[in-house]
Design a protein around this ligand. Structure first.
Ligand SMILES: Nc1ncnc2c1ncn2[C@@H]1O[C@H](COP(=O)(O)OP(=O)(O)OP(=O)(O)O)[C@@H](O)[C@H]1O
Ligand SMILES: [Mg+2]
Length: 491
């Protein structure tokens, strides 16, 4: 596009008075901004503010009802929800829909494999292009999804929450790739709820609130708290609820040298009624695998798990639910919730028995329960009959928590509970976990965000290489001690 902004930089993408609605709901209401060559523009806003919808309008996946998107260069996008085919190999996914063919239309498999390997290497992802997608961890899948977009020779790259599933090191490599892309004259739109990161990597930040663009500022002019304030439209104060003291009550769950293959190699802890035990550790330290083992998703190969004093064998997820163990997985799309079901159906999915009467579902009761959770969590939707996939990503996470709660568990295991959740809603979830623990449920919280872990947990178990590396509480519970135990490196 020939247009120049103030006579200097080329405008690659121009969004002009864009409007978009789903039914009667105006989701984008007159949004205008331009994206310049050589910049990374952050796009932030609360869950449901319209960020992903904006991306879909630019990619022509959703038809706007007003305004226009002017762009005559190629745009590649990473969408918030994965678009990968589970049964295909990594390189097949990367080239899906734009396979390279030689003469006679034959697939050029080895060339695609090679190019995929180069792209993954650039991202610093140790992923075999020939691996089946089902054999990858979710952060590896995210890397494949990123490679699928960066391999396209485009001028604009749009990334909708690409870093939610990545650890600090992977995020750092992603940022290096984004900066390289920008410095080569491209432009990036970067969407994330990690406001500190947004300010670090972006040149400017645009804020969407309820479908309206309320601010665009240079990143240097803002602090994370100020940015959060612009998102929610009021000043924000404390991010965490008052910390609970380490639980003194009776113990509910006791793990003794629990093992599961190579991933979990001897973990012991006690979980007491009314407490929140945090689990820290680097990626690959076995935190999620431990949770999966406790919940019967992964086979326990050694050690003992006790509940209320009795040794138990938990061999399936439904077994865990029957024992009063709830589990919020880190991978919402895999096992948490079902997109094609309504909000109400999802909430009552694992506790359906309570809503049955002579074999029939009592829809009134089901809807009332769901409406109750929607109110409690501030889930943004039109009603309990909305299909889950029509909710924004962060709101889906809130429904996933409600679904587990409806089963009235004794033990609640949270694996990265606030992933993809905006600042204000994060506080709602923190309050919720806090109240849940205070009401006597024993909580286990896996979390990569140290600030979050320290803000919520009175006691933290640190894992290293599949084992318990140590416990921290009181004065010892701080960032340095956690990192020390997690890495085993002397200060
Ligand atoms: N297909 C759809 N049908 C009906 N409503 C939808 C659909 N997709 C999104 N919405 C609604 O549009 C609003 C904006 O959603 P969008 O996904 O753009 O939010 P977002 O800013 O990306 O939020 P998040 O941070 O949670 O990802 C939400 O209220 C959502 O419920
Ligand atoms: Mg979104």
């Amino acid at each position: 596009m020939g247009t120049m902004d103030d006579g200097r930089r080329k405008i690659l993408l121009d969004i002009d008075a864009l409007k978009c609605s789903y039914g009667a709901d105006m989701v984008l209401d007159g949004v205008s901004f331009s994206l310049h060559a050589g910049e990374i523009l952050g796009l932030v806003g609360e869950n449901g503010a319209g960020k992903s919808t904006l991306v879909k309008c630019v990619m022509k996946l959703v038809k706007p009802c007003g305004g226009r998107v002017v762009c005559d260069c190629r745009v590649a996008a990473i969408h918030q929800e994965f678009n990968l085919v589970r049964d295909l190999r990594v390189y097949e996914n990367i080239f899906l829909g734009r396979e390279l063919r030689g003469r006679c239309g034959l697939l050029r498999r080895s060339r695609m494999r090679r190019l995929a390997a180069v792209e993954l290497e650039k991202l610093g992802a140790a992923v075999d292009p020939d691996a089946k997608l089902t054999d990858l961890s979710i952060s590896e899948r995210q890397m494949v999804e990123i490679a699928k977009a960066t391999i396209v020779d485009s001028a604009v790259l749009i990334m909708d929450e690409p870093s939610t599933l990545l650890n600090a090191e992977e995020t750092g490599r992603l940022f290096a790739v984004m900066r390289g892309f920008r410095d080569a004259g491209g432009a990036v739109i970067y969407i994330s709820h990690k406001l500190g990161e947004v300010l670090a990597v972006c040149d400017r930040v645009a804020v969407l609130r309820d479908g309206v663009l309320v601010d665009v500022s240079p990143s240097g002019a803002l602090t994370p708290v100020e940015l959060a304030g612009k998102m929610v439209g009021r000043e924000l104060t404390c991010l965490f609820p008052a910390k609970l003291p380490p639980a003194e009550g009776e113990w509910v769950m006791k793990a003794e040298d629990v093992r599961a293959g190579a991933a979990v190699r001897g973990v012991s802890f006690e979980l007491r009624r009314g407490g929140i035990l945090g689990i820290a550790g680097l990626a690959g330290s076995g935190r999620s695998e431990l949770a999966e083992t406790i919940c019967g998703i992964r086979r326990m190969t050694g050690g003992t798990l006790r509940l209320f004093g009795r040794a138990v064998k938990i061999t399936s997820a439904s077994d865990a639910a029957a024992h009063g163990i709830a589990f919020l997985t880190e991978d919402r799309q895999e096992s948490g919730i079902l997109g094609d079901f309504t909000v109400a159906e999802n909430v009552t999915l694992s506790s359906l028995r309570r809503y049955l009467s002579c074999g029939f579902i009592r829809f009134g009761r089901e809807n009332a329960a769901a409406a109750d959770y929607i109110g409690k969590f501030g889930v943004k939707c039109r009603g309990t009959g909305d299909l889950l996939r029509n909710l924004s990503g962060g709101n889906q996470q809130k429904v996933a928590i409600a679904k587990n709660l409806d089963n009235r568990p004794h033990v609640f295991i949270f694996d990265e509970p606030t992933r993809g959740v905006d600042v204000a809603a994060r506080r709602d979830i923190y309050d919720f976990i806090h109240d849940l623990a205070a009401s006597g449920v024993a909580c286990l919280m896996i979390c990569s965000d140290l600030e979050e872990l320290l803000g919520m947990c009175g006691r933290v178990m640190v894992m290293r290489e599949g084992r318990t590396a140590g416990f921290l509480s009181g004065g010892e519970l701080n960032e340095q001690e956690i990192i020390y135990l997690a890495t085993g490196v002397e200060r």
